[in-house]
Design a protein around this ligand. Structure first.
Ligand code: ADP
Length: 545
């Protein structure tokens, strides 16, 4: 018998692992893509590719991550998803880089700590000659879905019994047919170091289900746009003129609507993208971690001057399906996330982990590999790395000799076509013959297929000092195989950071926030002329529709 391991093992589908209470659509999408679910009893502990949970992972999960695996949370991402943390970070950035740049978040006070400051601001506004008294919104810091929210104008109505954020209430929101709306924008960060941000082109516009009315501040159906609240409203299922039934639109529908009324939606989206970048910059650096990603839900409110405001950033944005619009948007979103994770058709690291257990019986300890496998570390380097502290590399080091033999044996095996592989094939550029030839030629010289220029680019993206001690032929998963840069677009995910060469350079080797802010300022000044045009155009038009 030629081999005592089974090629079916090598061509196994990708495996997902779900923690409790993960929305069922995540499982559905992964099954649709031909993945299989992790079986704790029957499978090796590390034999999964994607682990999805609603709560943060333990640091041990991050430390023991393997090269073929991805986690759906970045450590400490909650730094911006708790309302008080976000308020604190943005305030700090305002202080450091100027309030003009960071004036996209409504003024906020964290109570009870900021009580005195709030009273000072409140009194100042009340006393200003001719000034209308402001409206305020009070939100418990660690609740979501509109729970515990209170809107008030007079301080005597402010009551709270836990830590809350009291924020300026945007009392002039953009209205469509009299209904308030906000945007749920999906943002995926594939790396915080270097910062790599994608925004999703499609998303949800969430409407209040009763007409906006400042004389009834306690009517949650008129002032809050959370679906979790509005779906229980009396008007939810009814046809609402100008809006329709339910409480959601897609971004596509909203943007066409804006265009009909002469509003330049591109300018609006540029401003929203700037908000996303500036917000995420406020929490960098986060602890270094590889092979993870974070899907955030940014809540953006647009006022009647088309100025977007950041209300909050959600951890685990809702993936439940309340209506057909949810299904359309969220299903495609999840498919595109999996594409963004850039799994390889044949992942030799994982194959070896799985099949190598069997093959290991045949493999002698001293067997050395002489061939380089594209996308792997060299054997010698892996051996060195394995003695370092990088667990992913340790795993590789333990198995690399077997991989090389195994890969030679299986190089011609073609994986079964799954929906995943077909989609991936559709996305990947076919290799031109000369490229393939060059790769074969360079097999004995790891890194030789990269020009010095390209190697330099690659080094920008290597995550940890441990990694940097070795010249790698692997790269972080979010870099393109073609040019070793973040992939500009995957499905409906569009790369918004880094947005130019200077921003890319400033985010290497630790984030140089000052330089990035400089680049953002330049970007904004280029965007300004069309912005002014936009504001001149049809301000206030939609509110009267
Ligand atoms: P939650 O996490 O409870 O959903 P949010 O901050 O998202 O809290 O607020 C819930 C809703 O309240 C928003 O979707 C929006 O409709 C409204 N809202 C929140 N903050 C403001 C604000 N500053 N101005 C106007 N409306 C707001």
């Amino acid at each position: 018998m030629a081999d005592d391991y089974d090629t079916r093992d090598i061509l196994r589908p990708l495996v997902f692992r779900l923690h409790e209470n993960v929305p069922s659509i995540v499982r559905e999408v992964l099954l649709e893509r031909g993945w299989s679910e992790f079986d704790k009893k029957g499978q090796d502990d590390a034999d999964w590719n994607l682990y999805w949970r609603n709560s943060p992972f333990h640091m041990t999960d991050h430390h023991s991550i393997k090269p073929w695996q991805r986690l759906n949370h970045y450590p400490e991402a909650v730094r911006i998803t708790r309302k008080d943390y976000l308020a604190r970070h943005l305030k700090r950035m305002k202080g450091a880089y100027g309030s003009a740049l960071y004036e996209f978040s409504p003024v906020a006070f964290i109570m009870p700590n900021d009580y005195v400051k709030f009273i000072a601001e409140y009194s100042k506004e009340r006393q200003s000659v001719g000034g209308r008294p402001s409206y305020w919104i009070c939100k418990p810091v660690d609740l979501s879905r509109g729970r515990g929210i209170l809107i008030f104008q007079d301080i005597k109505d402010l009551v709270y019994d836990c830590t809350v954020v009291v924020q300026k209430y945007i009392s002039n929101p953009l209205l469509i047919s009299g209904y308030k709306l906000d945007l749920r924008l999906y943002v995926c960060v594939t790396s915080f170091c270097p910062l790599t941000i994608y925004t999703y082109k499609e998303g949800l516009v969430r409407f209040a289900t009763e007409k906006f009315d400042l004389s009834s501040l306690d009517n949650v159906y008129a002032h809050l746009t959370n679906t979790s609240i509005n779906k229980y409203g009396a008007s939810y299922k009814k046809y609402k003129e100008g809006i329709g039934c339910g409480c959601k639109w897609t971004f596509s529908k909203f943007r066409s609507y804006l265009r009909i009324f002469g509003v330049d939606d591109v300018v609006l989206w540029q401003k929203i993208n700037n908000i996303v970048i500036l917000t995420l910059l406020a929490v960098t650096p986060l602890p270094v971690a590889s092979n993870c990603f974070e899907l955030f839900g940014f809540d953006i409110l647009i006022d009647d001057k088309f100025k977007p405001w950041l209300l909050e950033v959600n951890y685990n944005p809702a993936l439940c399906l309340d209506c057909s619009i949810d299904d359309t948007v969220k299903r495609k979103l999840l498919h595109d996330i999996v594409e963004l994770l850039n799994y390889k058709q044949i992942d030799t690291f994982r194959q070896n982990q799985v099949s190598g257990i069997k093959a290991g019986r045949r493999s002698t300890a001293g067997e050395s590999a002489t061939e380089e496998t594209p996308g792997l570390l060299t054997c010698q380097k892996v051996a060195k790395c394995a003695s370092s502290e990088q667990p992913a590399l340790q795993a590789a080091g333990a198995s690399i000799r077997k991989v090389s033999t195994l890969t030679r044996r299986t190089a011609r095996a073609h994986p079964r076509k799954t929906l995943t592989s077909q989609l991936r094939e559709g996305m990947n550029m076919p290799k031109i013959p000369s490229q393939a030839k060059a790769e074969t030629k360079n097999k004995h010289f790891p890194g030789a297929r990269h020009s010095p220029h390209k190697s330099a680019q690659l080094s920008c993206w290597l995550h940890t000092p441990d990694f940097c001690n070795y010249r790698l032929t692997t790269r972080p998963y979010f870099l393109s195989d073609k040019d070793q840069r973040p992939i500009p677009r995957v499905g409906d995910f569009v790369l918004i950071f880094p947005f130019n060469e200077a921003a890319l350079q400033a985010s290497r080797d630790g984030t140089d926030i000052k330089s990035i802010i400089k680049e953002i300022n330049k970007l904004i000044s280029k965007q300004l002329p069309s912005e002014q045009q936009n504001t001149r155009k049809r301000v206030g038009y939609l509110t009267s529709v």
